[in-house]
Design a protein around this ligand. Sequence first.
Ligand code: CUA
Length: 285
Amino acid sequence: MSGGAVAIWLIVIGLAVYAIYQPGEHHPRTTKLLVIGGGAVFPTIVLTGLLCFSLPMLPDLHRPAPSGSLQIHVSGVLWWWRVDYIGPDGEKIATANEIRLPVDQPVEFKLDSEDVIHSFWIPSLGGKVDMIPGRQTRLQLHPTRVGTYRGACAEFCGKAHAQMNFDVVVMPVDEFDDWLARQSEPAKQPIEPDAIAGQQVFFKYGCSACHAVRGTDAKGKVGPDLTHFGSRLSIAASVLKNNPENLARWITQTHDVKPGAEMPQFDSLPDDDLQAMVAYLEQLK
Ligand code: CUA
């Protein structure tokens, strides 16, 4: 794109310089040729060509997804991604900021936004599609290679736009099925003493007002669902790798990690409470 832009810029500036240094009133033949050829004939040919090329592709935009496509509903939220897998009976399996896909299977994303316009983009797998409040857009993909890919918001949406990313993991089908089955289950009750203490801390500081942990009294809908938080690769919409040190940093230095984030910063959390909460969240696998 940069190369193409430089070439066009050079041609345009070259023509402008050429035009400026033309002598006086009379227009030599080459100038007329340039104006008629470059200003009318050339664009007509190029635009007609592009139109003929793209018109036959229009119906593809409304082509229904192949039957049996995996259905995933993704909403853009300032500045993270709400991800709901839709089960065969229409039931929702909530997760956030990470999308796992089975290899060699068709998938259809239903995309929308809860606030401003975002854009859903997994550069290695397909084109970008806008996420527009009050309207549902769709994207069909068919990943062919197992791997981990990066997804990003491709529409400037405010302060933390650059930190609104997600991880995409394309997995062998049987591993994916296991993963989805685990995701559909409620959270395990903590067993280790520090995790049990951490669960109490989680409620004590009001985390459950915004976050849901299915199977517990945490039913908040404002922030990401944390039911299987410990199984995710990253924290804060793919800003930090998911490990205990980074989670502690995210909880206590939220606004340094991600300026503008909605979550309050718990910088005065006593260290015992912090470590317990980290233990609790990381064992939610
Ligand atoms: Cu969301 Cu940029």
